[in-house]
Design a protein around this ligand. Structure first.
Ligand code: SF4
Length: 205
């Protein structure tokens, strides 16, 4: 039976993106093929943090931790690289959950059963990958990489929901990146939205 490497599982509010403020159960998988130098999820690389749960154990824990919360966000690390991902999504859907995924887009194809896909690109991806996402969320580091600026400009003209979010360092929003995001949004003629990690202000995960 498939077992899933889980490094964190908790209930909180969705702090960022289009569903900010929604209570959800976060399932954080261990492992990611990328190495972003500002990665703010170190737990997914910590071997001590990993627990392997089979499907039944994982579903039980989601139900128990969530205590009636009907929404699950699969995140990481990178959920797309997890064997058995589709099986998990189908099982959650059968139980009536709204299921979302946050992904860098690297490591697999998006399961069509998902209710919501947040693509947070960190490397070059196919057009199909961008088009399949419900929202595209670019993490912004100052100064802005000209290639990233070009990619944002391209997709804000072609996708209905593109967000920019300032990078966080040491659990704190980077003020320079935040100013840059503000400027990008204001110059976008209404095409870009600002995403802020509001859970950090609440002092919760
Ligand atoms: S893609 Fe996400 S989880 Fe992976 S290294 Fe980059 S920020 Fe961290």
């Amino acid at each position: 039976m498939t077992s899933y490497p889980i490094c964190d599982l908790f209930a909180s509010i969705q702090g960022e993106g289009s569903w900010t403020g929604r209570p959800v159960v976060f399932v954080r998988f261990s492992g990611c093929p990328l190495r972003c130098d500002w990665c703010d999820e170190p737990l997914h690389r910590d071997p001590q943090a990993v627990r392997r749960l089979n499907l039944d154990e994982l579903l039980r824990e989601i139900t128990s931790v969530g205590a009636g919360i009907p929404s699950v966000v699969l995140t990481g690390g990178e959920p797309l690289i997890q064997p058995g991902l589709q099986e998990l999504i189908l099982a959650l859907k059968q139980q009536g959950y709204w299921v979302a995924m946050e992904t860098s887009g690297v490591g697999g194809v998006f399961p069509i059963e998902l209710d919501w896909i947040t693509l947070s690109p960190k490397t070059s991806l196919t057009d199909e990958c961008y088009q399949s996402a419900h929202e595209i969320k670019f993490v912004i580091v100052a100064p802005l990489d000209p290639n990233l600026e070009q990619t944002i400009g391209h997709w804000m003209e072609r996708h209905g929901r593109v967000l920019v979010q300032p990078v966080a360092r040491n659990e704190t929003m980077d003020p320079e990146a935040a100013r840059l995001c503000y400027q990008l949004v204001m110059a976008s003629r209404g095409r870009l939205r600002l995403s802020l990690q509001t859970h950090r202000w609440l002092g919760v995960r």
